[in-house]
Structures are given as C-alpha cells and as structure tokens.
Design a protein around this ligand. Structure first.
Ligand code: GLU
Length: 501
C-alpha cells in the first residue's frame, strides 16, 4: 500500500494548544503535499479528562485556520461533530471491542499478562526504587505468576467485582530502534522499558494499546506527533511486533519553547489557538507563523499562503532543535497580513472588536469606518488593538493641556494658534476638506502668517486626537470631517484652546 495516510489524534480535553495546531498543520501539509489522507481520530481513553464540546471546538478552530480532514470527524450543519469514513469509528471509546479482542490474543500468546498488584504495592515499589536512585518501573511480579496463581487471583478479583489490569510483557533483552524521520536513529535497551499497562481496570485501553491498534487498522503510513511521545514509541514498535504488524513511519516534532527556553504553558500567557484568534490574529497569519515553528523553507521567503506551504512542505526541512515561540514575529506576520486586506474587508473584521470596545458602530457610516481603517491599517499589529487606537474618532478625546504645547513653544502660543485654526476651519468651504486640500490650505495659512509647522501642527494634531503619537493632523482632520463634518474639528480645536489657562 503506497497511499500516504496520516492522522491527528487529539484527546478531547478542551482548548486547542498552539502546539497541537502545529502537529495538525504539519500532518495536514504532509498529507496534502503527497496526495495522501489525513484522519482526525479522537483519543478519549482517559474518560476523566474528557470535556464536553471539545471536539466541536477543535473542529471549529481547525476550520477557521483552514486545516481540513479527509476522514474522521466533521462539523455538520447543526454545528455538531459527526463521523465519516470507512475506517471508523474514529472515537476510541467506541472501539473497545476491538481492543479487548486484541488484548485477549496477546494474553493468550503470553505477550501480555494480568497484573493484580494493588496501588499500595506499586506505590511501595516506586518509593523503594526512588530511594535506591533507580528509575521507577514495574518489577514483573505478576509476570512470573503460575497459571494456578493467576486463576486464584482472578477468581478473587471477580468475586470482589474488580478487574486486573493487563501489562505488556516487554522483551527483557535486545534493543528496539526508532528510525525517526526527523531525529534519525534512536536506540532503546529493552530491559530499561517498563512493562506498560495496556488495559486498565475500567476496561479502557491505555493510549499505548489504542494508538497502535488504531494506527494499524486505520492504515496509517506516517505518524506525525510531538517529541514528547518519543519515549513511548519503542513500546509501540514492540507492540506492532507482538501483533505481527508492520509499524508506520514516525516523525516526531521538536517541542516549541518560550524565549527563556521554558515549556509553553497556559501560566505564561496565551497558548490556546482560540485566544490568539480572539485577540485578532488573522487565521492566515497564525498558520504562517505556526508553520515556521520548526519548519523552514531554507530560503528568505517568510510569508506563505496555505497553498504555498503545501507546495513547499517537506519533513526533511524540519529542524531538530526546539523552535522558539516569538510573539514579536507573530505580530509582524499579522501586520503584514492585515495590510493585504482591503479597507472594506478589514472594516468587517474590525467591527466585533470596536463593539467590544464599546463603540456603537451602527451609528457610523461605512465610509467613515473605512477611512479610520485605512489610516490605522499600516500600524495595526492585531485587530484587538483597534479600540484603543481609534477611540478619539468615536468620542472627543480628553486632552491633556500640557501635551498641546509644542516643545519649542509656550502655552499662550498654543492657545492662540488653536483659536486661529478653529476660525480658519470655520471659514474653510466644505469642499476643501479632502486630505490633500487640507494639507495645502493649512500650509498656506501657516506660510501667510509666517508661523512654523511645529508650533501650529503639533497642537492641532493633539487637539484632534488627544494623543502624543497618532496619525498626522491632516489625516485626522480629513477622517473626522467624513464622520462628523467640519464642526467637529472646530469644536475640538476650540475646546483644546479653552483647556489651556
Ligand atoms: N492523544 C495523543 C495526544 O493527545 C496523541 C499522541 C499521538 O499522536 O500518538 O497528543
């Protein structure tokens, strides 16, 4: 079978970690690049960690960023997760019979065994080993039980309404070798591998048993997942051998770290893809950024559409060293994508953020909103900044009188210039209020009066925006004119002048 089949296999535990998005994206890019399939399988063997609605949330996030699956789970019209595909069910808790059937085979062939050890015994064992500075691992006690002892203990367990766990009888000698597509050859001594629990006492498989059975029956050719699963992989390879199956190829992705080399965790800031989207990172920017977490096209190009990523993606171009999560770079990429949007598109994207900031956008014309957007577009790093950056367009700003004074001037001068400007605009005909005309007219006014630009334009700009840094005075005036007419400009200049005493 030559078809490339890969999968994304999250546990339904809530939000989508940015690291999970990277795993899903790389598996998706690999599948698309190679005309293969990507399967979405949900690994819910840990029923305690299951979160209601997690699959729907995951599907929504993936849809927003453009990562699509060919089999497994899909969102239906009602927004609910639905399964499709010929290798299902794609939810592990619906595959218990398959796991039980296969674990029975392993037990029969003595490749796995029942373990009746109590929690207390295991705890004591761990303590003993830790005290001796040995790695804690199961000591094989139940592996050595005779059939009689097994029968006896089993009867006792059954009478008490309990089930023993099933452990994997890992070979006690030899080596297991991973030929990882990213990390290369990794060798494990079998005697150092723990006799992993495969079936829990609640009848659920552990991740290790389920992942191997599912990857086999779903005909997965390439397992692409995080580096944290490397230590589990020799156990998986040994399970494939125990079942007599061919193992898929493995590609483990290096863990993404914070700039201080610590693990990305919720405590240090945002790690949920949902949070990044809510802050106004555009899906295409987020995908571009996440693609660069470990992958590099080995050229200067940094801006890639999803289509370009698919064309260029190559597992061989993934770095072994841990990528650093640099929010500055994400901000930069986002600003690049924001600039590629038309003003009309951007206004629609910004509306929810204005609303969140308390702006009653219905009161304003699209022409005005577009003019505000056109001005801010160059500076905007994320959509959520729009509220604080543009507040003065929607309500007259509170102006600090001290800020109105140009550094080489005096407050008396600022006051009189503001009053003169107010009068000037009052008398300027409406048709002169375009951005270009305003600049010409005001500059003529300055020249005629023999004023200098700084002491005139500084107070004008601050009076209109209230800010130390903002778009220039002609830009701000032209936009305010579109929104309110010239009276708003006059009003702001007069009230700024009046604030200086
Ligand atoms: N369910 C595992 C997780 O949550 C998947 C690991 C794998 O891809 O094998 O990450």
């Amino acid at each position: 079978m030559n078809t490339i089949r890969t999968r994304f296999a999250p546990s339904p535990t809530g939000f989508v970690h940015i690291g999970s998005l990277r795993t899903a994206l790389f598996a998706f890019l690999f599948a698309r690049k190679n005309q293969g399939h990507i399967i979405l399988r949900v690994e819910d063997t840990d029923q305690n960690r299951k979160v209601e609605g997690a699959v729907e949330n995951l599907l929504k996030v993936m849809k927003t960023v453009g990562v699509e699956f060919d089999e497994g789970f899909f969102l239906n019209d009602a927004g609910l997760a639905e399964q499709k595909g010929e290798f299902g069910p794609y939810l592990q808790s619906q595959r218990l019979d398959l796991y039980h059937e296969h674990i029975a085979k392993l037990v029969e062939e003595k490749k796995a065994y029942y373990c009746f050890c109590s929690e207390q015994r295991l705890e004591d064992l761990r303590k003993e080993q830790t005290a001796l500075k040995k790695p804690p691992m199961y000591d094989g006690h139940c592996r050595r039980l005779s059939q009689d002892e097994i029968d006896k203990q089993m009867a006792e367990f059954k009478a008490a309404g309990k089930n023993p766990v099933v452990r994997f009888a890992i070979p006690t000698s030899g080596q297991t070798i991973i030929e990882d597509l990213i990390y290369g050859k990794i060798v494990y001594e079998n005697q150092l591998l723990d006799d992993q629990v495969l079936l829990k006492s609640d009848g659920f498989p552990t991740y290790h048993l389920a992942v191997v059975i599912d990857d086999h029956f779903m005909q997965i050719s390439h397992v692409i997942r995080g580096e944290e699963w490397i230590p589990s992989t020799p156990k998986h390879i040994l399970l494939y051998q125990a079942f007599g199956w061919e193992a898929p190829k493995f590609a483990h992705l290096p863990l993404t770290l914070n700039p201080d080399k610590s693990k990305l965790s919720k405590r240090q800031g945002d790690v949920a893809v949902e949070d990044f989207l809510a802050k106004g990172y555009l899906p295409e920017a987020l995908i571009n950024f996440v693609a660069f977490l470990g992958w590099n096209p080995k050229t200067e190009q940094e801006i890639f559409s999803l289509e370009e990523l698919i064309n260029q993606f190559d597992l061989n171009k993934i770095n072994k060293s841990a990528p650093i999560f640099d929010v500055g770079k994400l901000d930069w990429m986002n600003s690049v994508y924001i600039k590629t949007k038309s003003d009309v598109e951007l206004v629609e994207l910004l509306k929810p953020y204005w609303e969140k900031a308390g702006v009653e956008i219905n009161k304003f014309s699209n022409e005005f909103l577009q003019a505000v957007t056109a001005l801010e577009k160059e500076r905007l790093k994320k959509l959520s900044e729009i509220g604080e950056r543009t507040g003065y367009y929607f309500a007259a700003p509170a102006v600090d009188p001290k800020l109105l004074v140009w550094k080489k001037s005096t407050s008396e001068d600022a006051k009189s210039k503001l009053n003169e400007l107010a009068e000037f605009f009052e008398n300027l005909p409406e048709e002169k209020f375009s951005r270009e005309n305003l600049e010409t007219e005001v500059k003529n006014f300055i020249a005629a009066k023999n004023y200098d630009n700084g002491s005139t334009l500084w107070p004008m700009r601050v009076a209109l925006t209230g800010l130390e840094k903002s778009p220039g005075p002609f830009d701000a005036a032209a936009v305010l004119f579109i929104g309110y007419g010239k009276q708003e400009i006059v009003k702001r200049l007069k009230s700024a002048a009046a604030s200086i005493i």
